[in-house]
Design a binder for this molecule. Sequence first.
Ligand code: ZN
Length: 333
Amino acid sequence: MLINPVTPDIFQIQIPLPFALRIVNCYLVRGDAGWTVVDSGLNTSKARAAWQEAFAELGIRPREIEQIILTHIHPDHYGLAGWLVEWCVADGGQLPPVRLSAREAEIAARFWSRDVWQQPTYTAFWQQCAVPTDLAQAILETTEQTRQRTYPHPTTHDIIEPGVPIRLGNRIMQPLLMPGHSDGQLVFYNAADRLLLCGDHVLPTITPNISLWPDGEANPLGRYLASLDELARLDVRLALPGHGPVMVDGELHGRITQIAHHHHERLAQTEAALPQPSTVYEVSQRLFNHASLSVHEMRFAATETLAHLDYLVRHGRARRHEEAVWWFEGNRP
Ligand SMILES: [Zn+2]
């Protein structure tokens, strides 16, 4: 189903993705001043058609878009923001602001920009991870394909300050910074309704990818686990994720516990996957069944392995030797 009404004023819009993930959940929030769009999809003809269908079915004109809010700038959330802005303006609407955290705006400008595309940085990074050259090349090519699907980019951004309440539709919500899956991911919380828009911070059916990137902030897994703890303190009745079904009552908290447990288990497996000094790629081969992974998924397998290795080093459970290639060695006798 394409449109899923989750409250009288919030509709979940399921936008198709050309990945195994299949769907990104975006949200439309109705308000007196117009409609707030939360997250956008990747720029493909199917995704644009899904938005057109959803607007037609709900009887909304594109000019009624009041603002676009992005939880984070991963391509499946960011990719159609610029198109939605243009669609609104072409229909006679005011230029709707695109709102996101300062850190996400910075990453979008650098990572998705045609001019500042950092291929040399990434080529060196895959070499340090000892990813074979042909796979590294294939990864760069699929990343470039994805980058093409983030155009057009929004021309201006409005920065959301974590902790400073913001209006979505007619509801005031608290933006909270939840780093880990992305450095500057925001979730939006309304205590009175015990309602949370949780982006990809907690997902009901898959574990959000936690990766260490060459230009990302340090210690992503540590930051992620800390922000999961912070989220666990909120009283939430209805949580609206970026992928998968909505979580009601205790489901969010159950899922937080499961995901934290998964990472601790994964850390133990990573530690056990260091019988001798090993490269990131070698460890990822021991942790993931590479034969079953697409190029896109292999990229995440390597960077997620690196995030776990980095966490072990920070906690004295492994050592890292930085040569042309990074070597990791276990600390267990
Ligand atoms: Zn996502």
